[in-house]
Design a protein around this ligand. Sequence first.
Ligand code: ZN
Length: 130
Amino acid sequence: MHEYPITERIVQVACREAASHGQRKVRAIDLVVGDDAGYVGDTIQLYFDLIAENTLCAGAVLKIRHIRPQLQCPACGLHFERRPFTFACPTCGVNGHPTAIGKEFYIESLTLEPAGPAGSDPWRIDHVPI
Ligand SMILES: [Zn+2]
């Protein structure tokens, strides 16, 4: 259940950004979650609306992009997704080593409501670390 505190953290970080850009409401949060990051995306999604209530994130759409982990072959350098029951490189058969791919956990982009009159462009902030 460690998704609850991390979801609180996501809301906190997004609200801080929104507050520093003129207290605008958050419209959307695009989150990147590697499958090896240690967090279950579906559970974060579940907690989000509840935690976002009565904050600048209330009503925001949380979108989660999952990244599948990849291994790298020490012999030929190939990056590949692990298949069930084996770490072997599909090209040369040598066991791959873990990489950072699949451990990502950050806000890819944050969309705030426009500062101007209705119809103006929403504000986007890219790559917010959590
Ligand atoms: Zn290889």
